[in-house]
Design a protein around this ligand. Structure first.
Ligand SMILES: *[C@@H]1O[C@H](CO)[C@@H](O)[C@H](O)[C@H]1NC(C)=O
Ligand SMILES: *[C@@H]1O[C@H](CO)[C@@H](O)[C@H](O)[C@H]1NC(C)=O
Length: 309
């Protein structure tokens, strides 16, 4: 009987066609997500930008307003237009949590939109100088602090992002912060060591400047040697000093000499802080009990409470 082998051949062909997508295609990096990142703990290292956060007096405060129809001048509202939008009058791109591109100080260095797509996710190293800062608020991190970190946690990996924990951000958003003459920083020797001896991608600090010298020698060296830097980072007390990753995001503004940034630490699933995609109700996201309303006194939108519905 000829039809039996034909039928069997057809059945096995059908089986192989059905099986193809799961058996022969590689999952690529998806397994990295499902094996590690889905259960990981995510911690935001970013300040919220409002018109009232600390900023260098030389720039002044930014201003939020409601977007208007340029023809009629009418403000768009949920009630009449079905949507609202916001117009931002930022007095500087050096505001809040930032990613400074080299072009902040060096016209020949890349601007924010010229940074490569590879600046996206990295091993995160957190060097804790809070014991020194408690004794001297103007402490500047030294090479010996890097050695101290490495003797405990091993060598700082090439291409990593190194954030310096000082707890300066605990006083945020006190408007006195930019006026302080003393603040925790990093010595020129230490920043050179991180880049030249350890080939880190970039470093970050909690204050809005890199060091307290009159000419900002560390910031000067960083930005004139092709290195970006993070400023105004926060919540470093909630992150493991070794073993987390950092996700790096920023808007791509043409010729931008600063970068409003969002840094999110991704720590192992057994880490005590943070939220996880496995347990946080993120799709759909929960609704709030109170609507977002424009507040004329504050000049931005807030809700009565952050309670969920
Ligand atoms: C903010 O900007 C709006 C729109 O440009 C303007 O009407 C308002 O006066 C500004 N407020 C402040 C405090 O600068
Ligand atoms: C606007 O914000 C101010 C300051 O937080 C608050 O005192 C006031 O009640 C708010 N106004 C409205 C209408 O919610």
């Amino acid at each position: 009987m000829r039809f039996i082998p034909t039928l069997l051949a057809a059945a096995s062909l059908l089986q192989s066609v059905l099986a193809t997508p799961t058996t022969t295609q590689s999952d690529g990096l998806w397994s990295l997500y499902f094996d590690h990142l889905e259960g990981a703990k995510y911690i935001d290292l970013t300040h919220t930008i409002t018109p009232y956060i600390p900023v260098w007096a030389g720039f002044g405060n930014s201003n939020f307003s409601r977007a208007i129809d340029p023809v009629t001048g009418a403000i768009y509202t949920y009630a009449t237009d079905g949507f609202e939008a916001t117009a931002y009058n930022f007095k500087t791109d050096q505001l809040g949590t930032q990613l400074d591109p080299p072009a902040h100080w060096d016209p020949y260095g890349p601007s924010i939109d010229e940074l490569p797509a590879t600046v996206a996710v990295r091993p995160l190293v957190v060097i804790d100088i809070t014991p020194e800062v408690k004794k001297d608020f103007g402490y500047q991190m030294k090479v010996s602090d890097i050695h101290k970190y490495e003797s405990k946690f091993g060598q700082i990996p090439k291409g990593s992002v190194v954030f310096i924990r000082s707890d300066w951000s605990k006083r945020w958003p006190s408007l006195e912060l930019p006026l302080l003459k003393k603040f925790p920083g990093i010595t020129l020797e230490a920043i050179k060591y991180l880049h030249n001896q350890r080939s880190i991608l970039f470093h970050g600090h909690e204050p809005l400047d890199t060091d307290d010298t009159p000419t900002l020698v560390s910031e000067d060296w960083v930005l004139h040697h092709g290195h970006p830097q993070a400023e105004g980072v926060t919540n470093l007390d909630q992150v493991a000093q070794k073993g987390c990753l950092v996700n790096i995001g920023y808007p791509k503004l043409a010729g931008g000499t600063g970068g409003y940034a969002r840094y999110i630490a991704i720590c192992p699933s057994d880490w005590k802080h943070g939220i996880s995609p496995k347990t946080f109700p993120e799709t759909p996201l929960r609704k709030y009990k109170y609507p977002l309303l424009w507040n004329d006194t504050l000049s931005y939108r807030i809700r009565e409470s952050e309670e969920y519905a």
